[in-house]
Design a protein around this ligand. Sequence first.
Ligand code: MN
Length: 163
Amino acid sequence: MSDATIRRFVPPRGGGNPATDERSAYRWEAVDLLAYKSDASSPFRDVTRQTLFRRDDLAGELRYFEVAPGGHSTLERHAHVHAVLILRGRGRCLVGDAVHAVHERDLVTVPPGTGHQFRAAPDAPLGFLCMVDAVRDKPELPGPDALSSLRAARAVADFLDGR
Ligand code: MN
């Protein structure tokens, strides 16, 4: 990773799908656009990842994720906390058993051990900064029992089905 003092924001060309058109996502100079997950067994759609800050002398790490319109992150939980700032667009998030609409500049805290998923609106991307521990545990996906109890709430089932 570059340690330049300033790495300029690179405005998107706009309109496209950031998963397939790397210039349609928010970008920064000398920051690589990465696949969201290297583990192909985690279900997600149209998400990219960029690590903005990671240094040996920082206990945290700041990433930028961008979910294309209609896309979603993986439904997962883990012991480490997420501190999220919505930077671009709008969508919804599931945190625990509650669904929330989120917009630019909203802050989302995902407590330890709490299931969470982010979904972009059908007609807008959802880009967000996510602060995490640099050293952290691996995400865990919900099993069939956890999924069916989540689905007992209509609002959650609609969210998980992208409605
Ligand atoms: Mn997570």
